[in-house]
Design a binder for this molecule. Structure first.
Ligand SMILES: Nc1ncnc2c1ncn2[C@@H]1O[C@H](COP(=O)(O)OP(=O)(O)O)[C@@H](O)[C@H]1O
Ligand SMILES: [Mg+2]
Length: 266
């Protein structure tokens, strides 16, 4: 029997305040003499504190969707609302973490984490207190004076996380942030993200093309199709936390996702 990936009721979302709403979002890019419709009629609602994974094959428009949510890209049609207000550009209430760290190579770990607070918080001691708190949250206190080139890829992504979380964004947008890490480091980062999410209660939209990653992290998985990019299924994840990748229900769920997506992934 074919697994059913149809839209399933979003019981969790219905109870909580929506923080992010996307209505009829379409994104078209010029391509030579013609146009390329990359996103078609995307509808999405994220409840406050929800952790949503956006799962889809390479080239289906995941990064384009995140750019539209962050406000770096204006939609060709439709709109994005944050707490009821239309998003018209980038803002500190939405932060993005990318696959490749974008740390300043000449600044230390501490200075990178403090960077976004400069100019916002005048009191230097208050900045230091916040930096210390976030260094500790991501487990980098002993590395505070290291430069990015002196730390590993996983540690760089911890710095990347800390430097956006310190800004207390309402929505954290993550674009395949752990995709270039080795398996063990990726698992550590997933656990770290879940523990930070539990402590700080952010709303997170996490893009991935990895079924197991989505099943490990998400409250809800939005599955995308390509050409044009659409949300094909909205799947609540009922697996209890903490989730263990060797548990039979976890494996069953991943198999269901894989089977439903067969032929979709590259
Ligand atoms: N600024 C742009 N101009 C033209 N085409 C673009 C632009 N950004 C992305 N695309 C195209 O949109 C499609 C989706 O890209 P992307 O959002 O990066 O996919 P994903 O992140 O799912 O791999 C690709 O075909 C890509 O070439
Ligand atoms: Mg991408």
């Amino acid at each position: 029997m074919k697994p059913d990936l149809k839209v399933i009721s979003r019981n969790k979302t219905e109870h909580r305040q929506p923080i992010l709403e996307v209505r009829n979002l379409t994104q078209i890019f010029p391509a030579g003499r013609t146009f390329l419709k990359v996103l078609a009629d995307i509808q999405l609602t994220a409840a406050t504190g929800e952790l949503i994974c956006i799962l889809g094959p390479s080239g289906c428009g995941k990064s384009t969707l995140l750019k539209a949510l962050s406000g770096f890209l204006s939609p060709s049609a439709g709109e994005v609302r944050l707490s009821g207000r239309p998003v018209s550009g980038p803002g500190p209430d939405r932060c993005v973490v990318f696959q490749e760290d974008a740390l300043f190579p000449w600044l230390t770990v501490s200075e990178n984490i403090a960077f976004g607070l400069k100019g916002k918080v005048r009191d230097r001691r208050a900045v230091q207190r916040e930096v210390d708190r976030f260094l500790s949250l991501v487990g980098l206190t002993p590395y505070r004076n290291f430069l990015p080139r002196e730390i590993s890829g996983g540690m760089k992504q911890r710095v990347a996380l800390a430097r956006v979380l310190i800004l207390q964004p309402r929505v954290l947008l993550m674009d395949e942030p752990f995709a270039s890490l080795d398996a063990q480091t990726r698992e550590e980062m997933q656990n770290l993200l879940l523990s930070l999410w539990k402590q700080l209660s952010h709303t997170i939209l996490f893009v991935t093309h990895d079924v197991m990653e989505a099943a490990t992290l998400a409250d809800r998985i939005l599955v995308m199709d390509k050409n044009p990019g659409r949300i094909r299924a909205d799947i609540p994840v009922a697996l209890k936390r903490p989730r263990h990748s060797d548990a039979s229900e976890f494996t069953r769920f991943c198999r269901m996702l894989h089977e439903g997506l067969r032929g979709q992934f590259i």
